[in-house]
Every structure is written in C-alpha cells, then in structure tokens.
Design a protein around this ligand. Structure first.
Ligand code: 2AM
Ligand code: CA
Length: 266
C-alpha cells in the first residue's frame, strides 16, 4: 500500500472509532446549526481533529482542507489532504447508521489516493491513482449497464440549495421514469463508493462540496467509471454538481439532466 494511503486509512479508522463510540451515547452529542439545514456536531469536530493529528504525525508539511477546519496550509502545498470527518451528519444525528469518513489526497492538483470508510459496516473503500479501487482489499469495478432500464441510481436532494429544487425534481422525474428505482441514503461519499463497487449503477447530486466527493471520485475512476458535472464537463469540483457512472450510462443520465439545467446549473 502507498505510504500516504496507509496513513489515510489509519486516520479514517481512528475517526471511525470516535464516531461509533459517540453513536452509543447519542444523547450526549452536541448539535449546532452551521446554517439552514446544515448541522455540525461535537463528533464532526472531534473526528476531524483525530484525522488531522494522525496526518500531522507523519506529514507535518502537507496542506489539509477539512470540512470543519477550512484550509490549514503547510509548507508543502503540492500535497493536499481533503477530509470530511463525517459524511452523512444528518443520518448520524438521527441515529441512522449510514455515514462515512472520507479522505482524499491530491498531488499537484490531481487526485492520488482515496479512502471512504463506513465504520458501522467496517467497509473500507480505497483507491490509488493508476492502481484500481478496493473494498476491504478486494478489487471493485463499476457496473457495465448501458441503458437506464433496470438500473438503480443513487442521489441526494439539494437540501442546502433549495433554489434548485424544481430543476432537480424535473431531472429526478425524467430519470425515474426510465430506471428501476432510486436510492437517497444520505452520504454522498458512500453513494460514490457504491457506484465504484457496482452496488448502484450511477449517482447524481447538486450542490456538493469538494470534501463530499474528492475521495469518492477517485474510487469511481479507479473502478473504471467516469465523473463529470451535469453538462458532461469537468467543472464538478467547482460547481458541486456531479454525475458518476460507467461512461456509457453516464451519457444516458446526462440526456435526462441537461434539459433541466437552466442558467444557474452546470
Ligand atoms: P454532510 O453530511 O457532510 O453535510 C446528503 O445528500 C449528502 O450530501 C451528504 O453527503 C452531505 O454531507 C452532502 N451535502 C453537503 N452539502 C450538500 C448540499 N448543499 N446539498 C445536498 N447535499 C449536501
Ligand atoms: Ca459531507
């Protein structure tokens, strides 16, 4: 295993312990509102702190971008760790056991290593640039489904950007007519990991942040899939609007998404 991936896995497992321990005493977890429909808990902060400490022990010079801490610039800005300590915070707060720790490493702006860890199921998704993607050490691949008929797509609702509700619902309605069914499980990092593992055939969502998707994106690419924005371009990290699937099915998904983009989305 790549030495940086090794540390990322250690950091994710350490954060996982913080999260599962707190889950047993959910009544003691402090929940604060960061903004409309946006929560942060004492656990998000503690888990992020654990990850940062684990990284800093081995790589004090690297830059770290965390959902809760923002940018911690190191002396070597060529290597950036992009971390979401608890993806699926709403699930966690409600006691729904579906969330993950997401850690990605970019080298000179390119995704290089990725970990998505589901501490409840002890499922560790990993990817290294050019070396494929794994679930608990076993190679995973995206599905090869070519048409929407019979597919299961994962998605998330734009709950923090409700101005896009109508456009989103129109995309959803159009896709729903053609697919077998949809899943809205509440963790974008796990949705992408599930695309990589072939558990779902594709994923689309509006208004995500870089730490929600960075690790999942490398998982999907290394599992043989493709990640684009809603127009089929490569602006998804900036826009937060994302589609992931195998390349054939992704084109089919875009056909139902594009007519509803309007001017504000891409
Ligand atoms: P979080 O739990 O870390 O906030 C739910 O749809 C998933 O999307 C979660 O992964 C959640 O991450 C993430 N998410 C973050 N911002 C979002 C937004 N503006 N709209 C929808 N989902 C968002
Ligand atoms: Ca997140």
């Amino acid at each position: 295993m790549h030495p940086m991936l090794n540390i990322a896995v250690r950091a994710a497992r350490n954060a996982g312990k913080v999260i599962t321990r707190s889950m047993e005493q959910l009544d003691k977890v402090e929940v604060e509102s960061k903004g409309t429909n946006d929560f942060v808990t004492s656990v998000d902060i503690a888990a992020e702190q654990t990850i940062i400490e684990t990284i800093r022990k081995s790589y004090p010079e690297h830059t770290i971008i965390g959902e809760e801490s923002g940018v911690l610039t190191g002396s070597d800005d060529n290597i950036q760790w992009i971390i979401d300590p608890l993806d699926g915070t709403t699930n966690f707060v409600k006691g729904i056991p579906h969330f993950a720790v997401s850690i990605a490493i970019k080298v000179k702006g390119k995704l290089d290593q990725a970990v998505v860890f589901d501490p409840i199921r002890a499922e560790l998704f990993t990817a290294s640039r050019g070396k494929g993607a794994q679930l608990n050490g076993m190679r995973i691949r995206v599905n090869s489904q070519k048409e929407l008929a019979g597919t299961l797509l994962a998605t998330g609702f734009p709950y923090k950007s409700k101005q896009h509700s109508n456009a989103y619902m129109a995309m959803f309605a159009s896709l729903f007519q053609k697919t077998a069914d949809m899943r809205r499980a509440g963790s974008a990092a796990l949705d992408l990991a599930y695309v990589a593992a072939g558990r779902v055939d594709g994923f689309f969502e509006i208004g995500l942040k870089p730490w929600d998707t960075a690790a999942g994106e490398l998982l999907v690419i290394e599992a043989g899939g493709l990640v684009t924005d809603l127009s089929g371009g490569h602006n998804h990290t900036q826009s937060g609007n994302i589609v992931a699937s195998n390349s054939r099915l992704l084109k089919e998904i875009l056909k139902d998404v594009r007519p509803h983009l309007g001017t504000a989305l891409s």
